[in-house]
Design a protein around this ligand. Structure first.
Ligand SMILES: [Zn+2]
Length: 139
């Protein structure tokens, strides 16, 4: 069997990379960067051990044949990560639109609405829950 075929056969049915894999990779790099500044001490040993565990776990997940279990891990990770990502995305958008729009929460369903700046109180109909409420835009 040629090397390429053997390689393809080896990777067939294995899980590969996902969002959790990339997050672990970033964690690995962050630990690596921190370790550059930590002198030899018990803390350094703990961090090095943690870094090694992250790497072993990454490799284990990529080559795992238990795809169902790896998908479940990734889903659990995304459940934690999505709210964090959402917060940063909203903050970024608030800043980007700061001169033209304001972001207000629907008082009924907590959906975030992007409203053009019109100073004063205005009635708004939420596009998600169709409820009417008043928003105040002061500046
Ligand atoms: Zn609503």
């Amino acid at each position: 069997m040629r090397f390429r075929d053997r390689l393809a056969r080896f990777f067939y049915g294995r899980y590969g990379a996902d969002q959790l894999y990339y997050a672990l990779f970033i964690l690995y790099l962050v630990l690596w960067a921190i370790l550059l500044f930590v002198p030899y001490s018990p803390i350094r040993i703990v961090l090095s051990l943690l870094q090694t565990l992250v790497l072993v776990y990454m490799i284990f997940r990529v080559f795992s044949r238990n795809i169902y279990a790896r998908q479940k891990e990734n889903q659990a990770f995304l459940k934690l990560y999505e709210p964090i990502r959402g917060f940063f995305k909203l903050t970024k958008n608030k800043f980007r639109d700061r001169k033209t729009h304001r972001y207000k929460k629907c008082t009924h369903c907590k959906a975030v609405l992007r409203l053009p700046i019109r100073k004063g109180e205005h009635p708004v109909i939420c596009p998600r829950c169709k409820q009417r409420f008043i928003v105040k835009i002061r500046f």
